[in-house]
Ligand binder design. Structure first.
Ligand code: AMP
Ligand code: ZN
Ligand code: FE
Ligand code: FE
Length: 293
């Protein structure tokens, strides 16, 4: 039987190739019934996605993916069932996206200094929403410097590469708090990819204490053994095992849309947890200033 659930997808509101409407159409063709849109640092695709989902009788879960950085590595935090229209939440996301834009501009400057002739204006045309390195990769392809996105990362954009600029630092704990401030449910994304099992185990007690509710267990390419490992860890901390493909467009990540089985129980548990919080007064969150601003 075909899979019917995918809880990790991207659209043109961040670095996905499809608009929210196109993504929902594609999900419909893949027979999906429940889809979460989880763009990086942006909920700007959610209104359009919700409308398209209603037309196609797909249950759309409003989500987000926040990239966080620690001195010890990167971690991504998903948020589900967000009351995303809350003004304070949107203001914080805008600060994060503006910082992404400044960082993108700086990466282009560094490329220019190395004789790579791409224009920031062109990157801005490619990125319709939150700017990321994949958009700069596309500009490098358009200018003929590389053939593919992975090649662009390999040659220029990787985090230990020649033009890497860090994102504005958001800590994992602050990402959790930001999601909670919109009554959303924080879930660690692809835990074995980043931060990896060792750091995950070291960080979990504090993250759970801060309000973490789930662990992305059924992730794209993870093996049955890895899924079992994460499932056991989720059980240990009473976390909800979630999952999805991390779809960005055909061929960008190895797993196609809906290409990873996610049990319905994951959605039931998320919904039950979300319904307890809906409409209640969430804890406030204030983004700590950085020394660079
Ligand atoms: P950024 O958010 O600007 O730091 O860019 C990170 C995004 O780039 C990730 O979410 C991935 O989608 C993509 N990415 C990271 N590394 C690679 C790679 N080696 N090849 C292709 N895409 C990558
Ligand atoms: Zn992405
Ligand atoms: Fe991610
Ligand atoms: Fe993702």
């Amino acid at each position: 039987m075909a899979n019917t659930i995918d809880l990790h997808t991207h659209s043109t509101a961040s670095d996905g190739l499809y608009s929210p409407t196109e993504l929902l159409q594609y999900a419909h063709e893949a027979d999906l019934r429940i889809l979460a849109l989880t763009d990086h640092d942006s909920t700007n695709g959610l209104a359009e996605a919700t409308e398209a989902a209603a037309r196609l009788a797909i249950d759309l879960i409003p989500g987000i993916e926040l990239n966080t950085d620690t001195d010890d590595g990167e971690m991504h935090v998903l948020g589900y069932f967000l009351e995303y229209e809350r003004p304070a939440f949107q203001e914080t996301l805008k600060v994060l996206r503006d910082a992404r834009a400044r960082r993108g501009e700086r990466i282009v400057e560094l490329l220019n200094e190395q004789g790579v002739d791409i224009k920031w204006e062109h990157v801005r045309e490619i990125a319709q929403g939150a700017v990321g390195r994949p958009h700069i990769a596309q500009a490098l392809i358009d200018a003929g410097y590389v053939q593919s996105v992975p090649e662009a990362f390999d040659k220029y954009l990787r985090s230990d590469g020649p033009v890497y600029v860090a994102r504005r630092k958001l800590s994992p704990l602050d990402a959790i708090r930001l999601i909670l401030s919109a009554n959303g449910l924080p879930v660690i994304a692809h835990p074995l990819t980043v931060p990896g099992m060792q750091k995950l185990q070291a960080w979990l007690p504090e993250l759970v204490e801060a309000g973490l509710v789930g662990l992305e267990t059924y992730y794209g390419p993870y093996t049955e053994e890895q899924v079992q490992q994460l499932h056991d860890l989720a059980d240990e901390y009473k976390l909800i095992p979630t999952g999805g493909s991390d779809f960005h467009g055909p061929g960008i990540h190895p797993t196609p849309l809906g290409g990873r089985f996610v049990p319905f129980e994951a959605v039931e548990r998320l919904k039950s947890e979300a319904s307890k919080r809906m409409g209640t007064n969430p804890p406030e969150f204030v983004l700590p200033p950085t020394d660079k601003e």
